[in-house]
Design a protein around this ligand. Structure first.
Ligand SMILES: [Zn+2]
Length: 148
């Protein structure tokens, strides 16, 4: 069975996965998700209002950050959400502040919930299965509490 990232180009896989971001080559401002080079004819301008930069390079973000905020999804999201279980099981979401200065929202690793989270606590990026069927496995990034 093949494992494929659910979104292409947002993260690397393997033993030490990283989120992929774009960094402005002029002012070094970092954005996630990364800028797509095939976004069409329009140039992508830097999001820093004080910068005229258009060129970006791909960078790997730090694997560890600290919990900025968190919650749990008590209600099933609407379609096209594919429930991982039936009946629906709430899952935790964490907004994680990275050393690069961004806050990245993501699900919390399997087996962990809001009781395992605390603002300021350290978490680490892991890659887990989001959905699997006869066509293969689809993976996504999640935040795993480091103390666990
Ligand atoms: Zn810039």
């Amino acid at each position: 069975m093949t494992a494929t990232p659910v979104i292409d180009g947002w993260f690397t896989t393997g033993d030490e996965p990283h989120l992929l971001a774009s960094r402005c080559t002029t002012c070094r401002n970092v954005v996630f998700p990364p800028v797509s080079s095939d976004a069409g004819a329009a140039a992508f301008y830097c999001r820093n209002p004080a910068c005229d930069g258009e060129a970006h390079e791909s960078v790997e973000l730090s694997r560890r950050g600290t919990v900025w905020s968190y919650t749990d999804a008590q209600y099933q999201p609407p379609a096209p959400y594919v429930p991982a279980s039936d009946p629906y099981q709430p899952f935790a979401l964490a907004a994680v502040e990275l050393p690069e200065g961004l806050v990245v929202l993501g699900q919390v690793a399997d087996g962990f919930g809001v009781a395992d989270l605390k603002v300021g606590a350290e978490v680490e990026l892991v890659i887990e299965t989001l959905h699997a069927d006869e066509s293969g496995e689809r993976t996504t990034y999640r935040w795993k509490p480091v103390s666990a």
